[in-house]
Write a protein that binds this ligand. Structure first.
Ligand code: NAP
Length: 295
């Protein structure tokens, strides 16, 4: 039995799909308020709970062989401290108590860079250390940005031709197909080479941010109109927000870190992924075409 947290999220639902396609037994940890009909329909067992509640985590881990931690803080979830940090610590403890055989943790590319202003990165780094010393078998996946994040922007572009690019257009990124990442997470527990390993996970190409509207333009056959406000705009919003909500201002720190820095994998790193997980990484253009239905 696999336990998948964050199973209603962009990545988690794809992990559940991937496991169910392989006919594996899956328990999907969900909140009562979430939309989990698709997961139940695919044959996942539904464990309703809240990751801020230790007893929900303990109960969900009963009888589980593998844990895949794919949850993350969002607008309605609780803070990075509660969800990215504390809930993962509790999950590791519960997994140990339940004698789980393998724990897969979705971290983030750059978790090891010591970004002081990014609570999510700090939580990921702390959890990586906790997992490595837990005694559990583990695989840590450190992905760059997900291709699925771009789907709403692609739909917007299809309607308007407009693409909002905040900050330096030359910054490099290797956006990963969310389906490829889900597949790696799903097979990591049964992949001998992935035991107790940490992987940088990106797509097969290093793109400049400015390449993204060009790819949209190619797919939808229209000239992109790129609106390019400087990063200082985010800083200005943050300063104003900080006056009314310090918590929201802190959360923007992670967002700003993502905008201000490069997150890409080297060819050597992607080659390791393809070899060890036995897959051919998909380009951003191919991912987008599949989802928007234009080939
Ligand atoms: N998106 C990216 O580009 C990116 C890049 C690198 C790493 N990551 C990491 O990858 C992981 C998955 O990201 P994602 O984009 O798929 O996340 P997402 O779409 O925002 O989904 C977050 C998931 O966590 C669940 N969750 C949040 N708070 C919860 C709580 N209190 N109790 C139970 N479940 C809770 C959410 O449930 P609800 O449906 O109830 O809200 C949802 O299923 C995260 O760890 C993230 O940090 C993401």
């Amino acid at each position: 039995m696999y336990l998948v947290t964050g199973s209603t999220g962009g990545l988690g639902k794809r992990i559940v799909r991937s496991l169910r396609e392989r006919d594996q037994a899956v328990r999907a940890f969900v909140r009562l308020t979430s939309r989990y009909g698709e997961l139940a329909h695919r044959g996942a067992e539904i464990a309703i709970g809240d990751l801020r509640e230790c007893r929900d985590i303990d109960r969900a881990c009963q009888g589980v062989q593998y844990v895949i931690s794919a949850h993350g803080s969002n607008a309605s979830s609780g803070s990075a401290q509660a969800i990215d940090y504390r809930a993962n610590l509790d999950l590791i403890e519960a997994a140990k108590a339940a004698r789980v055989e393998h724990f897969v943790f979705i971290s983030v590319l750059g978790a090891d860079r010591g970004y002081e202003d990014a609570p999510v990165f700090k939580a990921k780094w702390a959890i990586e250390q906790a997992l490595k010393t837990s005694g559990l078998n583990y695989t840590i996946l450190r992905p760059s940005g997900f291709a699925s994040n771009l789907l709403p922007l692609a739909e917007q572009f299809r309607q308007t031709g407009i693409y909002l690019l905040v900050g330096d257009p030359q910054i490099r990124t290797s956006i990963v197909s969310t389906d490829d990442l889900a597949q790696m997470a799903a097979v990591a527990p049964i992949t001998e080479a992935a035991r107790n390993q940490t992987y940088a996970v990106g797509g097969p190409e290093v793109l400049n941010r400015a390449d993204i509207p060009k790819i949209f333009g190619k797919i939808f056959n229209r000239e992109p109109i790129v609106i390019n406000p400087p990063l200082a705009t985010v800083d200005a919003v943050r300063t104003v927000l900080g006056l009314v909500s310090p918590a929201a201002s802190n959360a923007i720190g992670t967002f700003r870190t993502l905008l201000a820095n490069e997150f890409f994998c080297t060819p050597a790193e992607t080659e390791i992924l393809e070899t060890q997980f036995n897959l051919k990484l998909e380009t951003l253009e191919s991912f987008l075409r599949r989802y928007v239905g234009i080939y």
